[in-house]
Ligand binder design. Structure first.
Ligand code: UT7
Length: 332
């Protein structure tokens, strides 16, 4: 008997309406549109400004979009996995709140925190639930409101990030398409280069931590950049080799959108052309767990059943990984 495979059978997403441009940023910190475009490749990013809204609001909008597009009854969903590093609160899990907001009354849910690799790690987890044979409808949502933890006085980090959410539906595959292979990795020694210092059990919040601006993203760009370039390319090439995929076999690389130069370096190592790379960093920036599903959502109409996709990421932890997906449906 052949092994059950998990197919991605739909994509939903949501980005807030407010557009934060490089020009507006240059009025907030000492930067320019030219610097940001040359070094990162971001023109604008979306910011959630609505009062009372948070990461779960973004995620819930993406899940509602997914349910509507796929004609799925929320009561049929058995599990929702939420990837995020900007949870509404430390607890309960943001996945629990999204489930409540979207009427997933029969699902259990939990969060995965793997930063920019969050979606890849969550997809691998969701895939295994479907492959077990016990779950037929699983949602994986990547959602982050990065504006909640960005220091808009720090020019080295504030141009990078944006808010957004993307979600996919996983169901048992009816054919040889689906999520076919994965390579995931972590190196906890990377924590010193990219983290949020305070607010957790190591450095609980105090007036001093607030005054020292330690509840924001801290990043040493250069060491993160160097590791990202080598690890994201290594793992993407490794998954191609392991599955006997040549550069011509790849329809799209679906890379985490942190920096255009990291994306280009990965594409170069895979020896693929610009047209084979999904890119929307210019419009949304780095939305952390949402970048990869936002790409799938943006390019969905260009995807046909049987297309080979390599999803790749690198982020805080350090975490990194690649997933090989054979796409399961034609444009609807
Ligand atoms: O997704 C999670 C993983 N994160 C990443 O993958 C991010 C990886 N890192 C990067 O993408 C890059 O390191 C950055 C985009 C963050 C920074 O680019 P860089 O080419 O590494 O610049 P740098 O940090 O070496 O800074 C070069 C110069 C510095 O000035 P001096 O010391 O040479 O005078 C910075 O102060 O650029 C300056 N700089 C800026 N100038 C204008 C830094 N940020 C800015 C800015 N505008 N926003």
């Amino acid at each position: 008997m052949s092994r059950i495979k998990a197919a991605i059978t739909g994509v939903g997403a949501y980005v807030p309406t407010y557009v934060l441009t490089n020009d507006e940023l240059s009025q907030m910190v000492d930067t320019t549109d030219e610097w940001i475009m040359q070094r990162i490749g971001i023109k604008e990013r979306r910011i959630l400004k609505e009062k009372g809204k948070a990461t779960s609001s973004l995620g819930a909008r993406a899940v509602k979009d997914l349910l509507a597009k796929t004609g799925t009854d929320p009561l049929d969903i058995q599990l929702l996995i939420c990837a995020t590093i900007t949870p509404d609160m430390h607890f309960p899990a943001t996945g629990n709140i999204i489930s409540e907001k979207t009427g997933l009354a029969n699902a259990f849910s939990f969060d995965i925190g793997a930063a920019c690799s969050g979606f890849i790690f969550a997809l691998e987890t969701g895939r295994r639930y479907v492959e077990s044979g016990a779950y037929q409808k699983v949602i994986v949502v990547g959602t982050d409101m990065m504006s909640a933890i960005v220091d808009y006085e720090d020019r080295t980090t504030c141009p990078l990030f944006g808010d957004g959410a993307g979600a996919v539906l996983l169901e048992p595959s009816k054919d040889d398409t689906g999520v076919l292979d994965s390579i995931l990795a972590v190196d906890g020694s990377g924590a010193k280069h990219l983290h949020m210092y305070a607010g957790g059990s190591l450095h609980p919040p105090t007036h001093a931590t607030v005054d020292a601006r330690q509840h924001f993203i801290f990043q040493e760009g250069q060491p993160v950049f160097k590791m990202a370039v080598s690890k994201m390319a290594d793992v993407s090439v490794e998954i191609m080799k392991r599955n006997n995929l040549s550069n011509k076999d790849i329809k799209f690389l679906v890379p985490h959108q942190a920096n255009m130069r990291i994306i280009e370096a990965t594409a170069r190592r895979m020896e693929i052309e610009r047209e084979q790379v999904m890119i929307n960093i210019d419009r949304y920036g780095n939305t952390t767990a949402a970048t990869i599903p936002l790409c799938l959502w943006d390019y969905e109409k260009q995807l046909k059943k049987g297309d080979n996709l390599v999803l790749s990421s690198f982020g805080a932890g350090f975490t990194w990984g690649s997933i090989y997906v054979k796409w399961s449906y034609d444009p609807k």
